[in-house]
Design a protein around this ligand. Structure first.
Ligand code: FHN
Length: 436
């Protein structure tokens, strides 16, 4: 599968075939766990709480002082991720609040200086790597704690009016070049202290007050360092380098619905999604996506050639809460029986049209076609228009039970399969077609 959507110019000194090879494990994996964890788990009302409620750094300090994740057990996290069928995991090593989950020598605002006294990133890496799960680091370009980070419209101390003089006053003495160096040094620590790192998930660039954008973050230099330290690493598109050579490995549509994902077909992309609305642990959020909705996001991502990065926000005690565990357990039931229609899969060849109420994925290695029945026909059969003479055998994926071809009904180009009237007890049953 040569990754579509890349022109040689954008590939820098890497050919499309080399990029395809470098990204093959990621493209085959299709499903990963995002983990947003930081001091914001204590207020437990969104990872942007410092910004939304304009909490000063002094007032936010109580969360640092109280941070004590006594039930943090990354081995449990890793087992949950593995059971749910997630092949890679991306942890926030630092989010916008500026709190650092690893033992960085460039700041005191770090987990090893809290009651935790632990390098949480190291323990995450060891536990997930032990389960064979690939390692990703999220690193925030934005930093609401660092004294040299420019105060702008994204900052808790933001001004309501677009008053350049007032901003200039606020930013007197701040040195963004020093912040760039701080970021560069911490990313270097992350990519040299913890072994092979598979993904760098930078988040997020935006044109600063002076509209310089990528220059504010030193993105070009930062990316060179990232690729030098970890040559095989996969980097997202939020360093504002989309039109730079080798600047973007994948696009990151965020929290978009299944319908909108269809427009990414033919590109290289991963949609990141929450169970609810908040990325960080949110105690009172109850707008949780159903298991069917989560499966729809996963299946539709793969049916359009993309990945799903599904987020968990651990609590301040260091655990996945019950809502997350129930959602992950439901996904593990379906994935245990049906992951063959996800891993190594992508969109179906153009000759196959999905029947009404179904979505297709195609395993490029085994050449199997998968029909995901979002609506289960109660007629006792399903008509696959144009599939006649293209498929020689059909079965349910979850139990390999044969689905017979109704030769009488299969007229013209139609392939008609007999289905049990009673829907199998799976949220979305999958038909596996062996093609001719
Ligand atoms: O501001 C962040 C947000 O908190 C979260 O980390 C998401 C995850 O993709 N990224 C930014 C919003 O796009």
């Amino acid at each position: 599968l040569t990754l579509p959507g890349f022109t040689q110019k954008r590939l820098g000194n890497e050919t499309a075939a080399q990029k395809t090879k470098r990204m093959e494990w990621w493209t085959d994996a299709r499903f990963g766990m995002f983990i947003h964890w930081g001091l914001y788990a204590l207020p437990a009302r969104h990872e942007w709480v410092k910004n939304r409620e304009r909490i000063t750094t002094a007032d936010y300090q109580k969360y640092f002082d109280q941070f004590n994740p006594d039930q943090f057990d990354p081995k449990k996290w890793a087992k949950e991720a593995k059971n749910a069928g997630m092949k890679y995991a991306v942890l926030t090593t630092k989010h916008h609040e500026g709190f650092v989950l690893f033992d960085s020598k460039y700041t005191d605002y770090k987990a090893t200086n809290t009651q935790a006294k632990r390098d949480l990133v190291k323990e995450f890496v060891d536990a997930f790597r032990a389960e064979g799960i690939k390692i990703g680091f999220y690193y925030s370009l934005i930093d609401w704690h660092h004294p040299d980070f420019t105060i702008d419209v994204m900052h808790p101390q933001r001004l309501d009016k677009n008053d350049d003089n007032a901003y200039a006053e606020l930013n007197k003495g701040k040195n963004m070049a020093k912040y760039r160096k701080y970021m560069y040094n911490q990313v270097t620590e992350l990519l040299t202290k913890y072994g092979k790192i598979d993904i760098l998930w930078a988040d997020f660039s935006y044109p600063g007050k002076n509209g310089k954008g990528r220059d504010d973050w030193g993105s070009v230099e930062l990316l060179k360092q990232i690729r030098k330290l970890q040559p095989g690493i996969i980097v997202d598109n939020r360093l504002d380098l989309n039109d730079y050579e080798d600047g973007t490995d994948f696009e990151t549509p965020e929290q978009v619905g299944p319908k909108e994902l269809e427009k990414y077909r033919g590109k290289v992309w991963e949609t990141c999604q929450t169970f609810s609305g908040s990325w960080g642990y949110h105690r009172e959020e109850n707008t949780w996506k159903s298991n069917k909705k989560l499966l729809d996001l996963l299946i539709t991502s793969v049916a359009n050639g993309g990945n799903l990065l599904l987020n968990v926000g651990p609590t301040a005690r260091g655990e996945f809460d019950n809502r997350a565990n129930i959602a992950l357990d439901s996904l593990s039931l379906w994935m245990h029986a049906n992951s063959k229609s996800i891993y190594h899969c992508t969109f179906a060849p153009a000759e196959f049209k999905a029947p009404e109420g179904a979505k297709l994925t195609y395993n490029k290695d085994t050449k199997k076609l998968y029909v995901h029945l979002f609506e289960y026909p109660n007629t006792g059969y399903i008509t696959l228009d144009g599939y006649k003479d293209k498929a020689k055998y059909a079965q349910f994926l979850h139990d390999n039970s044969e689905i017979q071809i109704d030769t009488q009904k299969s007229t013209g180009s139609d392939l008609v399969l007999k289905l049990p009237k009673k829907k199998p007890d799976f949220e979305i049953p999958v038909i596996e077609l062996t093609l001719n």
